[in-house]
Design a protein around this ligand. Structure first.
Ligand SMILES: C[S@@+](CC[C@H](N)C(=O)[O-])C[C@H]1O[C@@H](n2cnc3c(N)ncnc32)[C@H](O)[C@@H]1O
Ligand SMILES: [Zn+2]
Length: 317
């Protein structure tokens, strides 16, 4: 088998913008909460002498490749197989109290999306797995489709995929299950959605794209952990520390935007409440009034960059 080289698998998105905002200085410590193939991490480590990175990823395959790429930085780089929702525990294990910057480049990497076996994409026929952490005991995508109610499947596809025809798709999934042939593979699901949705001539994307995104988000619990992670991250930042988050769909971006707004002091409580209960307090200054998006050059070269949005903040206290 040819040797897999991390550099060739995944192009880091909004790299120059990330570096400018993280602004690594000599000897500073950063957390790369979504290490992936180590593209951003390599640039951060190379940008300044003695800079250190604590990498986190829940995908052991990615970690192994990132390690090969980053071993040249020796003890300046440490990695933990964990979920970023455990950022505080990871830092305790690394015996580090506070850090100068945190990066989260959310979602899946090209290693995962282009895998022919892990079930993230309908371009390859594979079991419907979609767990980023292949060792987790969480239900995989096929498991969810076998056990959840029709209502719950429709809700997931509607909420996380923003798919108008979610109920029709959920009905077909459950019909197949009742007939003794539950949907088990990417190809079966893509065909079922295609039949349920009937592609319009103007559609730019495959009709199953939204359903696949929705299932992946549900399997990995992606949205539920985001606000807590950002709050924990801000807590472990030093005064003057920077936090950069890159998202790839509007649901994630909305959570990041609102969490940063709350942390910058904006109150989201309903009007006329006697006192604020939403947890707003001025911890950070938002560095990106509008999200930063990729320029034409980057989107031409890297289609993943088209939906990327970057937001950043600075810790005040
Ligand atoms: C878009 S990729 C990061 C790519 C990386 N910045 C690079 O330049 O190579 C996202 C990575 O984050 C990991 N990931 C996503 N959610 C995670 C979570 N909650 N905890 C830990 N890792 C996560 C995925 O396994 C994936 O490897
Ligand atoms: Zn409030």
């Amino acid at each position: 088998m040819p040797k897999i080289i991390a550099e060739n698998l995944h192009k880091p998105v909004l790299l120059a913008e990330t570096l400018q905002l993280l602004n690594p200085q000599i000897g500073e410590i950063f957390v790369d909460a979504t290490l992936g193939l180590g593209g951003h991490a390599e640039a951060i480590l190379a940008s300044s002498e003695k800079t250190r990175i604590i990498g986190i990823d829940q995908d052991r395959e990615a970690i192994e490749l990132a390690k090969q790429r980053l071993q040249k930085f020796e003890e300046r780089f440490q990695v933990f197989h964990s979920n970023f929702s455990e950022i505080k525990q990871v830092l305790t294990d690394a015996k580090i109290e506070k850090v100068d910057g945190i990066l989260a480049d959310l979602g899946v990497s090209s290693l995962q999306f282009d895998s022919a076996t892990r079930g993230f994409s309908f371009r390859f026929d594979a079991p419907l797995d979609m767990r980023m952490n292949a060792e987790s005991t969480a239900e995989n995508a096929a498991g969810l489709l076998e056990t959840l109610s029709e209502f719950e499947i429709a809700r997931i596809i509607y909420e996380y995929g923003e798919e108008r025809l979610s109920r029709r798709i959920a009905r077909r999934i459950v019909e197949k299950r009742v007939s003794g042939e539950p949907v088990k593979t990417t190809k079966e699901l893509a065909e079922l959605v295609e039949k349920a949705v009937k592609r319009g001539k103007k559609d730019k994307i495959h009709p199953a794209t939204r359903t696949f995104q929705a299932l992946r988000i549900a399997v990995n619990g992606e949205l539920g952990i985001l606000e807590g992670f950002i709050r924990d991250g801000v807590e472990v930042l030093k005064k003057g520390g920077r936090f950069v988050v890159i998202t790839f769909h509007s649901l994630e971006d909305r959570i990041v935007k609102q969490t940063l707004q709350k942390l910058s002091g904006k109150c989201f409580c309903p009007p006329r409440l006697p006192q604020c209960v939403c947890g707003a307090s001025r911890e950070v200054e938002i560095l990106t009034r509008k999200p930063i998006i990729s320029g034409e050059e980057e989107t031409n070269e890297n289609p993943r960059a088209r939906s990327a949005k970057l937001r950043a903040c600075l810790k005040l206290k």
